[in-house]
Ligand binder design. Structure first.
Ligand code: FE
Length: 372
């Protein structure tokens, strides 16, 4: 489903190109047309810095759809006078849309979740590298690519959830435990082709080496309680239903269930607990919500301002809280008691760009081991 908000201003860049290449009209232009043409010509002649100040709109393509984002956009507009035009769609639909629009895309900034998806966009050459002292000072180096193509603005961890009645936390203290024979027929995890598992696998390749990661993935497949189906929440429900004892999920799904008022969810959350894997070794696998400026962005100054705004303390709190994630910027302290109750943990230190680069190998290995 794509929710479209219409009303994009005509792209200045494209309009200028059109003026330069089209033959002169045979009939005299109307006064309105002359005004437009004059404005466009003026824009083209202005130095870049002056033109930058004329950006009064930001076209945002986002896979996020959280209530708190509205406050985020309103505050940005109040601070900068730049209106946010928003196109919301599912993650993959949005990527396809910006790809198919190509050079004609009105999009300035693309926001989505998971390093794997951000990497796909980068592979399609959609992002314009952005040198920004603000982003470099605010966003930890681990959470942005060395090429400055995209930036992580909040983090989530991929953790192990277990049935308190049948599993001891020490038995699921590490990702390696998911492949241990004692969990045979007891593990629920979603399909291998989902980007969350591809990114987890990409991280495992980094931590264990390709051969070690393949062996691990074989063990995981051998332990599955059922053919992978559903999303992360369904895996936790699988534990609740007694179909499995252990599940692998992103933290924000767990927190979402913690906040649920439904009696069945309350019951479920009393039954399960989670571990942050690999605290004594390489740390828990983390991923990001993030984005960057598009190569074809018509409103570049606005795009830069918006991305820098996302790294401010105020925006960080809204951005992270919207999906029960941790702010990327350490000084931004979100008030999210349920998330805070999970406690502090040691995260892996792999650069987020590596998760993207390892995706093709991850997919190959997961296919090879028969993880459906
Ligand atoms: Fe998700």
């Amino acid at each position: 489903m794509i929710a479209v908000q219409t009303g994009f201003l005509p792209s200045r860049t494209r309009a200028v190109t059109v003026l330069a290449t089209r033959p002169r009209p045979a009939v005299p232009a109307s006064p309105r047309h002359r005004v437009w043409a004059g404005l466009l010509l003026l824009c083209a002649l202005l130095p870049a810095s002056a033109r930058a100040q004329t950006d009064k709109v930001l076209n945002l393509y986002t896979a996020r759809h959280y209530q708190t984002d509205e406050a985020l956009y309103t505050n940005f507009t109040r601070k900068t006078g730049i209106r946010v035009n928003k196109i919301e769609a599912g993650e993959d639909a949005l990527l396809e849309r910006v790809r198919s629009e190509g050079r004609n895309s009105p999009a300035d900034v693309f926001l989505t979740v998971d390093a794997g998806r951000l990497w796909r966009a980068e592979q399609l050459d959609l992002f314009e590298p952005l040198q920004s002292p603000v982003l470099e000072a605010r966003i930890p180096a681990q959470l942005r690519t060395p090429e400055r193509t995209w930036f992580g603005f909040s983090t989530r961890a991929r953790v192990i959830v277990y049935d308190r009645r049948t599993v001891k936390p020490a038995e699921v203290a590490n990702y390696e435990d998911l492949a241990h024979p004692r969990l045979k027929g007891r593990l629920c995890i979603r399909a291998s082709n989902h980007v969350y598992n591809l990114s987890l696998m990409a991280a495992m390749i980094e931590h264990l080496g390709a051969a070690g990661a393949e062996q691990w993935a074989r063990g995981v497949v051998a332990n599955l309680a059922r053919a992978p189906r559903g999303g992360d929440i369904d895996q936790i429900r699988g534990v609740g239903a007694g179909e499995c004892d252990v599940a692998v999920v992103n933290t924000y799904y767990y927190v979402r269930l913690m906040k649920s008022d439904r009696p069945e969810d309350r019951q479920l959350m009393e039954r399960v607990a989670l571990t942050f894997p690999n605290q004594a070794s390489f740390g828990t696998h983390i991923n990001v919500s993030g984005g960057g400026m598009l190569r074809t962005a018509p409103n570049r100054a606005a795009a830069r301002l918006f991305l820098e705004y996302l790294a401010s303390d105020e925006a960080q709190i809204y951005f992270a809280d919207g999906n029960n994630e941790w702010p990327a910027v350490a000084s931004a302290a979100a008030k999210n008691p349920e998330l805070a109750s999970l406690g502090k943990f040691k995260a892996e230190s792999v650069n987020i760009g590596v998760l993207g680069r390892n995706q093709p190998l991850a997919q190959k290995i997961l296919d090879r081991v028969g993880w459906k």
